[in-house]
Design a protein around this ligand. Structure first.
Ligand SMILES: Cc1cc2nc3c(=O)[nH]c(=O)nc-3n(C[C@H](O)[C@H](O)[C@H](O)COP(=O)(O)OP(=O)(O)OC[C@H]3O[C@@H](n4cnc5c(N)ncnc54)[C@H](O)[C@@H]3O)c2cc1C
Length: 259
């Protein structure tokens, strides 16, 4: 006679009533939270930034403020060096501001460098077809600025909240990439604060005053996820555009008609 074996099932943890009620409400009545809290907060947030950006644009204060903002970042890095580099560094950007679904808990153990002030468009150079921006400038903000001037970025990743810094250090792509490449392929130079606190300009083209090392840095920044330095500005190509695009819709009912 064979002996019977019994598998012990894991004891399920008792979920507190309050947690179960909260879960039920969030699942079944999420719209209440979205309609009465999230949307009004979003409208206020957007309105605040629109007014702020309009004032900065009218006063043309961004280029002057930029050097001050970079100096603040350099100071934080100088302090980190002075205090013996005990922890690794990262940007202080909180999770709720990024597009990623991940909560960046790892940042709690790291030295957080405040780059959040870098939110402005610095200058447009129509002659050379470029725009110079700070890394927290979003796609929505940049499009709103360029379109009335008759320009666009060649590659505009479609979500308004994606930032220049995230798209360069991460990876930015959109359908026009089939013609222009990835987002970083439309950039011509990066301004980066390194771990020793120095400010380096890394350009695509070999300028007379640029070392081979800095040119290599230009190709190293994309996909580096901030591991090489803090991006503080980027110069990106712009192209002329019209307000509308005419599309022709050709229905294809079989593979043959596509050839
Ligand atoms: C719902 C959804 C839709 C998406 N759609 C698209 C899309 O249409 N096209 C597309 O290209 N991508 C898309 N993405 C991916 C998106 O591009 C990446 O998630 C990108 O990293 C988000 O950028 P972010 O501005 O939120 O930057 P973050 O997530 O904050 O940053 C991305 C990386 O860059 C680093 N970084 C950011 N700023 C700096 C800086 N100043 N200096 C140094 N390092 C820095 C960060 O440390 C991080 O490693 C999508 C993502 C989601 C979640």
């Amino acid at each position: 006679m064979g002996s019977e074996t019994q598998t012990q099932l894991p004891v399920t943890e008792k979920i507190p009533v309050i947690e179960r009620v909260l879960e039920y409400v969030l699942f079944k009545f999420r719209w209440v939270f979205v309609v009465f809290f999230l949307l009004p907060v979003n409208i206020v947030y957007e309105a605040y930034f629109s007014v702020r950006n309009w004032i900065v644009f009218k006063l043309n204060s961004a280029p002057k403020a930029h050097s001050r903002k970079v100096a603040v970042i350099q100071k934080q890095i100088a302090d980190w060096n002075k205090n013996g580099r005990t922890r690794k560094m990262c940007t202080a950007r909180p999770g709720w501001l990024t597009m990623s679904f991940r909560t960046p808990k790892y940042k709690q153990q790291l030295e957080q460098i405040k780059t959040n002030q870098l939110v402005d468009i610095l200058e447009i150079d129509k002659e050379n077809g470029t725009v110079r921006v700070e890394p927290m400038v979003s796609m929505g903000q940049l499009t709103k600025y360029l379109l009335p001037l008759g320009y666009t970025l060649p590659v505009v990743p479609e979500l308004d909240d994606l930032t220049v810094g995230g798209l360069i250090n991460g990876c930015g792509v959109e359908s026009s990439g089939r013609k222009y490449g990835l987002f970083q392929h439309t950039c011509v130079s990066y301004e980066v604060v390194m771990a020793d606190g120095s400010l380096v300009v890394a350009s695509k083209d070999k300028a007379a005053d640029q070392s081979a090392e800095n040119q290599a840095l230009f190709y190293g920044i994309p996909w580096s996820h901030g591991t090489l330095g803090f991006l503080v500005a980027a110069t990106i190509r712009i192209i002329p555009c019209k307000p509308y695009v005419q599309l022709s819709y050709v229905p294809c009912n079989s593979l043959e008609v596509t050839y």
